[in-house]
Design a binder for this molecule. Sequence first.
Ligand SMILES: *[C@@H]1O[C@H](CO)[C@@H](O)[C@H](O)[C@H]1NC(C)=O
Ligand SMILES: *[C@@H]1O[C@H](CO)[C@@H](O)[C@H](O)[C@H]1NC(C)=O
Ligand SMILES: *[C@@H]1O[C@H](CO)[C@@H](O)[C@H](O)[C@H]1NC(C)=O
Ligand SMILES: CC(=O)N[C@H]1CO[C@H](CO)[C@@H](O)[C@@H]1O
Length: 489
Amino acid sequence: MAPSSFSRALLLVLALSSAALAPGPAGATGVFRVRRKFPGHGGAGEAEERLAALRRHDGRRHGRLLGAADLPLGGVGLPTETGLYFTRIEIGAPPRGYYVQVDTGSDILWINCVRCDGCPTRSGLGIELTQYDPAGSGSTVGCGQEFCAAANAGVPQPCSSESSPCQFRITYGDGSSTTGFYVTDLLQYDRVSGDGQTTPSNATITFGCGAQLGGDLGSDSQALDGILGFGQSNSSVLSQLAAASKVPKIFAHCLDTVRGGGIFAIGDVVQPIVKTTPLVPNMPHYNVNLEGISVGDAILQLPTNIFDSGENKGTIIDSGTTLAYLPEEVHKTLMAAVFNKYQDMTFHNYQDFICFQFSGSVDDGFPIITFSFEGDLTLNVYPHDYLFQNGNDFYCVGFVNGGLQTKDGKNMVLLGDLVLSNKLVVYNLENKVIGWTDYNCSSSIKIKDDMTGFTYTVDAHNISSGWRFQWHKSLVLLLVTTIWSYLMF
Ligand SMILES: *[C@@H]1O[C@H](CO)[C@@H](O)[C@H](O)[C@H]1NC(C)=O
Ligand SMILES: *[C@@H]1O[C@H](CO)[C@@H](O)[C@H](O)[C@H]1NC(C)=O
Ligand SMILES: *[C@@H]1O[C@H](CO)[C@@H](O)[C@H](O)[C@H]1NC(C)=O
Ligand SMILES: CC(=O)N[C@H]1CO[C@H](CO)[C@@H](O)[C@@H]1O
């Protein structure tokens, strides 16, 4: 199992430079749960051309009798709680259930497999972990199969025998990783079939079977059975369901920090209607063009082109990341504006977060931050969202100083759950736009079912009940992150 050659990896360096602040907050109560996986991808060029061809193929398919799917959500995306959102999927015949993180920042679905080396057996999230057995109804994908080439982003890899397993490897910068091979099996999902109702439905999908887990991914505190990538590549579950004419390439999430869980649905959302902004084309992630930031009524004075990060254009929208990451200059200017009224405030540096004592309502004491995007779309971030409470009258700022440094040394903005929560976010890959609106994530949305022409409500779920946060476990993944896939044989 020696690695052969790696595909060109986009190395993303998180510069974690926090101001020198007074240490030792009195009110702090524990270790924050922050997940920051953000994987990069192979180079553009060839890989993108291949993916573009696959997308054109998807666009040509006819007979649009597409249904909708409902994915029950659990978790709370706050650093003081689970720090992530997950869903439960069923795989195999007969089906077994697996808990997987929902992540719009990566592409493939992978789950831990039986006899997996280093995989967790218990989870601090209070869920029961299950390891997948490919010897059941699954079949191994050979490295000669088209899926393997597409999943490896078109980087030519030697393949000694057509039937040698198609390998995958995802590595995170803190040394955590998952390695394994692709298998094909039956996915059971809930097709939306009435108001608040679903019917079991199935589709054959290809996903990663994790054979070896290294580093913090295997630690108990935030352990899940795997990760369900909702990226736009041809290898994502969404693309596979769309290619099988099961669903349109449209999905939406509403991540609830008030009650936990929320809404995650695949299908054509008709209520609420959201304003949208175009996706930056040919990007491996969901990138949009950020044009400016306002604090209260004042527009932040920032250097022109600060949000134009060269080769990797735009701002990344990523549900698999807990916080929001800003380039140093943006962070500095933003913090100065937010705390403008409080010149005498004493700050504490707690696990690289800026924290402070405050009594009263933060919504009354602090301004709303508004991000403005191409096409007149705005994103309001309220004080109760960007200032998270960590003990009595003690708050920390969820904006992290240090963007994602790309190969060409430019910093990118990454917006995670901190700013995406309590909003309905719609990813319409058919129209290549993304949009959102403030929303009550404990309520419901309406989705049009092309199969019947009817419009159905999809309700919020919360599969985290019974779960209680355990403070003693530590997992802070605020490090260099990189990913690559390659063939091993
Ligand atoms: C998959 O779905 C088909 C048709 O919807 C159904 O006939 C079949 O029994 C399902 N298979 C399993 C294993 O659930
Ligand atoms: C959100 O929706 C839920 C369910 O409909 C309702 O109980 C709750 O009061 C709503 N919250 C707000 C703030 O309107
Ligand atoms: C969701 O789960 C959390 C954690 O178990 C629980 O506190 C909350 O009451 C649940 N919310 C609903 C609406 O069931
Ligand atoms: C996983 C998957 O659906 N792969 C598909 C990507 O697109 C090509 C070409 O259209 C299909 O042949 C693959 O099956």
